[in-house]
Design a protein around this ligand. Structure first.
Ligand SMILES: Nc1ncnc2c1ncn2[C@@H]1O[C@H](COP(=O)(O)OP(=O)(O)OP(=O)(O)O)[C@@H](O)[C@H]1O
Ligand SMILES: [Mg+2]
Length: 491
């Protein structure tokens, strides 16, 4: 009998507990209980308040208010708040939750519970209002958790901002242009290149990737060494080999804004310094075609002005975490002082296509991994014929509806190139400005206007050459590009 009773009790206890749990969670009872517990807790402890006002005493925006705003609205507990606003985000599918006026939200940090009140005081009918966030924290927790908690808010809000913000491309105004908007004007940076879309030796790409990753983690290292936290890259190689695209890929990889310096709009060395001073942290500072600017004397800045700029001396006083990127077609005629280690930390060579790069492009542009024409293409590459990735890419794009036709067009172009001899001349940018005497441009709107004709006929080498001036005959060795200098990469 006793055994039966014990069994019955053992059965009933879990049933009872299950029922209590069911009632608590199926009804609002659990919330009521939690509220009581918090109320009791509040009575027992002494609390302190910290106010983060929207405006400082001079009526200027309080940066920390904005950070707290981002932080609070990212807390999962916002879903438990009694009143929450819903807004649509940047994408049509995004919905953003935002705490309503005078609502309280709870947060927990290092085991301490804190409350935030979104305080809004209105003075006249919905017009002027005072906004602030009020932090309520237990006195006993304050000393232990406040500082790390505020730091935590900084880090989280930084992270959110970084994820949300769109990248910007800054272009410098001339010294006398646009005094209101300052020396830089910006447009959204929408370059779609990524490290994956660039055809490049796989080892080299991985090295660059890890170099960039190391750089962004090395703040302490640079500061301990007393150096500005910056790294200088030189991308060099013939026209159409992907240097500019690689800059876009770097910016997208690092999530950095890009400052593209047009040296022809820089009046002198101090003007260049000024421009650098007005760049922000976490940015790529780019000077393209540096060799052409120097050799053709298209800049009024002096060599020493450029060297100081590369050293970033002025830079180190006003925010760092910058990467400078210089592009050149060739570094042969450049003063070695400009290229010495420390001034240029990483040299990356961008060569013409080899068979591996060709396969990479075929996969990216045509979605073709293997093809019966590949052995023939490989043979032609091995015989020494080559083209720039830009030229090959264009042939693939215009013939993308038929991979076989695209490959045949590349073969024809490579073969003609091989038999017709070397086509010399310095590479030019497709987008070169009118100031340049040698303008090589793609056919106007080839895709939209003449697209049908282009697609129907396979363009031969002559057409390609005429259109782009990008064909070269050059033995194409696999790139030995990332110039290793043992001292160049921090470990
Ligand atoms: N290595 C590459 N991988 C993928 N695409 C490439 C590569 N090189 C060039 N392209 C394509 O060719 C076009 C021109 O390339 P890009 O402007 O980057 O060349 P560049 O080296 O900067 O030339 P320039 O010296 O004339 O400025 C881009 O649309 C790019 O997509
Ligand atoms: Mg370029």
């Amino acid at each position: 009998m006793l055994a039966v009773n014990i069994l019955l009790i053992l059965f009933l206890i879990p049933c009872f507990l299950f029922l209590v749990r069911f009632i608590l969670y199926r009804t609002a009872l659990i919330l009521v209980l939690r509220k009581w517990a918090n109320w009791m807790d509040d009575r027992i402890h002494v609390h302190q308040y910290l106010k983060v006002a929207e405006l400082n005493e001079n009526g200027q925006d309080n940066e920390f208010y904005r950070r707290v705003f981002l932080y609070i609205n990212s807390l999962p507990s916002i879903e438990d708040s009694n009143f929450t606003n819903l807004f649509s985000g940047k994408k049509s599918t995004d919905i953003i939750l935002s705490l309503d006026d005078n609502q309280v939200i709870q947060d927990e940090f290092l085991g301490a519970r804190v409350d935030w009140v979104n305080k809004v005081e209105r003075f006249d009918h919905g017009g002027v209002c005072n906004r602030s966030f009020l932090l309520r924290i237990k006195k006993k927790d304050k000393r232990r958790t406040l500082r790390p908690y505020l730091q935590h808010i900084h880090t989280v809000s930084d992270d959110i901002e970084q994820r949300r913000s769109e990248l910007k491309l800054f272009i410098n105004n001339g010294p006398s242009e646009n005094p209101i908007s300052g020396r830089w004007r910006s447009v959204p940076f929408t370059h779609h290149s990524t490290l994956d879309t660039i055809a490049m030796d796989a080892d080299l790409k991985n090295k660059v990737k890890s170099d960039l990753e190391n750089f962004i983690k090395s703040q302490n290292y640079y500061h301990k060494m007393g150096r500005a936290w910056k790294r200088n890259y030189l991308l060099y190689g013939p026209s159409g080999t992907g240097k500019s695209s690689f800059i876009g890929a770097m910016a997208n990889f690092l999530n950095y804004d890009v400052y593209d310096i047009d040296l022809s709009r820089v009046s002198d060395d101090s003007d260049l310094k000024l421009l650098l001073l007005q760049t922000s942290s976490r940015s790529l500072i780019v000077i393209e075609d540096l060799d052409r600017l120097i050799n053709e004397k298209l800049t009024t800045t002096t060599l020493s002005g450029l060297l100081n700029f590369m050293d970033g001396i002025v830079n180190s006083c006003c925010g760092d975490e910058k990467i400078m990127v210089f592009t050149m077609n060739s570094k042969e005629q450049i003063d070695p002082a400009m290229l010495r280690p420390g001034r240029i930390d990483v040299h990356i060579h961008f060569p013409y296509c080899d068979f591996n790069s060709f396969k990479y492009l075929a996969n990216n542009y045509l979605g073709v991994k293997e093809h019966k024409l590949f052995p023939q293409v490989e043979e032609i590459f091995h015989s020494g014929a080559t083209m720039s990735p830009a030229a090959i890419g264009e042939l693939m794009i215009v013939n993308r509806s038929s991979p076989s036709r695209a490959l045949k067009s590349v073969i024809t172009a490579l073969q003609s190139n091989g038999t017709e001899g070397k086509i010399g001349g310095k590479g030019k940018r497709l987008s070169d400005s009118a100031s340049s005497p040698l303008r090589l441009e793609p056919p106007p709107h080839a895709e939209e206007t003449g697209g049908a004709n282009w697609k129907d006929s396979v363009p031969g080498a002559k057409e390609v050459r005429k259109l782009y001036g990008l064909l070269r005959l050059k033995s194409c060795k696999s790139p030995s590009s990332f110039d290793h200098d043992p001292g160049m990469i921090e470990r």
